[in-house]
Ligand binder design. Structure first.
Ligand code: DSN
Length: 416
């Protein structure tokens, strides 16, 4: 009971440390990941993990919940402060659970949802046939236009008129451009649909005021807390007060039992961090870094979907280098060189989701390490060298050495 992890289970301790070493010594460009702070991780490792607290603050189905009531109230108040939301539910275990609860609260099975196609940048929980969302609801998808690779709002409005959805979802996992939520609200109002903004990828940018705000325009907003927001894994739902009861009931008892109180404590810490002025500076650096990385990659001959980025991520169209190179292969070559990215379809991709013609890159993690524009230029050149000289193992080794040197200069958790 009182043994420490390294004493009792060195096997688990060593594997976790192996990942720490991997995180320290590679450049991670996965736009949906980030490094949570020590304070966030310490909150997650507290004894709050031991407590059942089904229900909501001061209305629980268990005794002994007063500290949990205080923690959850703090998390809610900080999230409201950060985003200016009328109501916040901080209990969803993950983004998909948050979306599931929103559908359960506001829709009936068979209702129509208008959302972005997965292979144009959408998300599994926005109606993929193999996901619960695609089996319980009637999904109509919009995508990006073949000419601009941007969402064409006139086309979305036409689809809305034709299909009369009960809900329109705006939000994506692989869309490198700004979303103007006020325009989306006009479309949802024109057909009397709910507007759900799923801001999982961009909630940190929104909190940092470097992306337009969805809160005034959306009936409901969902976000994970571990991406640009840089908190622990998990999610929250924000909504107008009139939907609060239905949303809360859909989370508990609708879809979840006991909330993970240790995770809620860590979310409270993350919201406090996001309320600091340094967080705004971090988010604007994330965007500046993405722009510099994108410009240098394009300068090196890579085509980026939509011709660049306005946010934290970008998609390289590998067909601009070779028709024979898949995203899977490119991501594997880059991993050998110490650069972690993920394969991703590009709009109108001819390859499957498992192979893909693209890779997705983002700057949240390298910016958390303190890297700025000069390092972005170096990283773009590392990527270019690895991909263009993929036939040469020696080139990946050379890049790997340079990556490790850069990682040593920008440590993640300094005293580890
Ligand atoms: N799978 C996440 C991403 O990588 O974007 C979204 O849930």
């Amino acid at each position: 009971m009182n043994s420490s992890l390294p004493e009792f289970d060195p096997q688990v301790f060593e594997i976790a440390n192996e990942d720490l070493a991997r995180q320290q010594s590679s450049l991670t460009l996965i736009p949906s990941e980030n490094y949570a702070s020590k304070a966030v991780m310490q909150a997650q490792a507290t004894v709050l993990a031991n407590k059942y607290a089904e229900g909501y603050p001061y209305q629980r189905y268990y005794n002994g919940c007063l500290p949990c009531d205080k923690i959850e109230t703090l998390a809610i108040e900080r999230a409201k402060d950060l985003f200016g939301a009328e109501h916040v539910n901080v209990q969803p275990h993950a983004g998909t659970q948050a979306n599931m609860a929103i559908y359960q609260a506001l829709l009936k099975p068979g209702d129509t949802i208008l959302s972005m196609k997965l292979d144009h940048g959408g998300h599994l929980s926005h109606g993929l046939p193999q996901n619960f969302s695609g089996s319980y609801y009637n999904i109509v998808h919009y995508g990006v236009s073949p000419d601009t690779e941007l969402v064409d709002l006139d086309y979305v409005a036409e689809l809305a008129k034709e299909h009369r959805p009960k809900m329109i979802i705006v939000g994506a996992s692989a869309y490198p451009r700004v979303l103007d939520f006020s325009e989306w609200r006009k479309i949802s109002d024109s057909v009397d649909a709910y507007l759900l903004a799923d801001i999982a990828h961009i909630s940190g940018l929104i909190a940092g005021k470097v992306h337009p705000d969805p809160i005034p325009y959306s009936h409901v907003v969902s976000t994970t807390t571990h991406k640009t927001l840089r908190g622990p894994r998990g999610a929250i739902i924000m909504c107008k007060s009139e939907y609060a009861k239905d949303i809360d009931r859909a989370i508990f008892p609708g879809l979840q039992g006991g909330p993970f109180m240790h995770a809620i404590a860590a979310r409270a810490v993350a919201f406090k961090e996001a309320l600091q002025s340094e967080f705004r500076e971090y988010q604007s650096q994330v965007v500046r870094n993405a722009k510099t990385l994108a410009d240098q990659l394009m300068g090196n001959g890579f085509r980026l979907v939509s011709g660049g980025t306005d946010n934290h991520l970008m998609l390289i169209d590998l067909t601009s280098i070779s028709d024979k190179l898949s995203g899977r292969q490119a991501a594997n070559y880059l991993e050998e060189a110490g650069i972690i990215v993920n394969k991703n379809t590009i709009p109108f991709d001819k390859r499957s989701a498992n192979s893909t013609s693209g890779i997705r890159l983002g700057t949240p993690m390298i910016t958390s390490r303190g890297m700025k524009e000069p390092e972005m230029v170096m990283i773009a050149d590392f990527i270019s060298e690895t991909i263009k000289q993929r036939q040469r193992v020696g080139s990946r080794k050379r890049v790997r050495e340079k990556v490790q040197e850069l990682c040593r200069a920008f440590p993640v958790y300094e005293d580890n």
